[in-house]
Design a protein around this ligand. Sequence first.
Ligand SMILES: *Cc1c(COP(=O)(O)O)cnc(C)c1O
Length: 393
Amino acid sequence: MIEFGYVCSECGREYAITPELMVCPSCSGEQRSARPLRGVLEVGLVGALDGAWDVLDRLPVERRFFPAIPVGGTPLWAPQHLRDELGYPNLFIKDDTLNPTASLKDRASFLVAAFARKHGIRDIVVASTGNAASSMAGVGAAAGLRVTSFVPRTAPRAKMVQSLQYGARVVPVDGNYDLAFELSLEYARTRGYLSRNTAYNPLTIEGKKTAALEIYRQLGRAPDYVVVPVGDGVILAGVYKGFRDLRQLGLIDRVPVIYAAQAEGSSGITRAFRSGDFDAAYSARTVADSISVDVPRNGYHAVKQLREFGGRCVTATDEAILGAQQRLASSTGLFAEPSAAAAFAGFLASVKEIPHEATVVLLVTGSGLKDIDSAMRVVTLPERAVSRLDEIG
Ligand SMILES: *Cc1c(COP(=O)(O)O)cnc(C)c1O
C-alpha cells in the first residue's frame, strides 16, 4: 500500500491533500511579485510496492475517478535514421504528441480532472500559453467539467480552436502569459473554482511524472539522459518526481541526467541555474510559445532539483529550434511544435557532452499541427497548381 500527502519543496512541512491547499501556507508568505512561486508543494509517498503495479496506481487519486479518455501510455520508439545520422544507437523518442489533445499537458489535466471529480468540483480555471488550456478543455469535456481558460490573445489559433471545440470558455488576455496567470488566479479565488495553474496546483507536477514512470517501464530500466523542453519548469519537475519515486520504491538506483532545454529568448531557469537568481525584469521572446515565460512559475523548485541531481541547462536560438523542428520531422516522421522541437535542438547542441553509447530519451511534448504559422516559416507552399504532368518543373 502506498499513501500520499503534500510536502513543501522548500521547508519540508507535510500537509493532507485537500482541494483548498495549493502552495505551502508558511513559505508562500515569502512570495514577491514577478518571481517564481514560493512554497510549491509536491506529492510525497509513503509505503512500499506490493507486487505488480500500474502507472495509475502511483497517483494520489483512486483509479475510478479518472475520465474515460486515453491519456498517457504514449510510445517510446527508436528513430532509426536519426540514430544512424547522429551516431546514437540508443536514442529514443517519447512521443507525447499522441496524447488526446496532442500535448503532454494531458497528463496533468487528467489527474486534476480526476481530483475534481473525487471532490465534487464542477469548475476549473486555467491560465495557459495555449496547450494547458486546450488540454484541460479536452480532458475536462471527457470528465464532464466546466473549464474557463485565460490565454494571451496572441496564442496560436489552433490551440484556441481546440479549446472552443471542446466546449470551454476562452478568455483572451490583452497581455502575456504572466498576466493571464495572475488574472486566472484571482478569478478562481473569487468564484471558489479549482485552479489548474501549472506549479500552483501541486497535481500538475504529480500528473506529469507519469511520463518518467512510463519511460522506465518501456525501457525496463532508467535511461542515462532525458532531454526536456522547459518553460515554467513543471514538466522538468514532473520527470524528476517520477524518477525519484522509482528510486524511493527501490526500482532504480539513480536519477538520470536531465537536460533542461530552453529557447535562448526565454531562458529564465537556465539564467538562474547559472547566476543563482531570477531577474524580475526579464521579458521572454521566442517562436516557441509553449515555453515562453517571463517568470518561470516553478523556477526555484526546478533549479533546486537540477542542482541536486546533476542536471544541465542548454539553450537554442529560434532559428536552431525551427531547424530542429524540420529536421526531426523529415528524418523521423514526427512533426513537433517548436517548443517540443526545442528539446531536440538542445540535444543537438549538447552532443559533445553526451557519450554516444548512452541511452538518451527526447521528450517530445506537443504536435506541430498546433502551430502551423511557425512551421510555415521554414517551408514554402508550392504556388502553382497543375492540371498536366508536363507543367511540373
Ligand atoms: C507546457 C509545455 C512545455 C513546457 O513545460 P513547462 O512545465 O512550462 O516547463 C513544453 N512543451 C510543450 C509542448 C508544452 O505544452
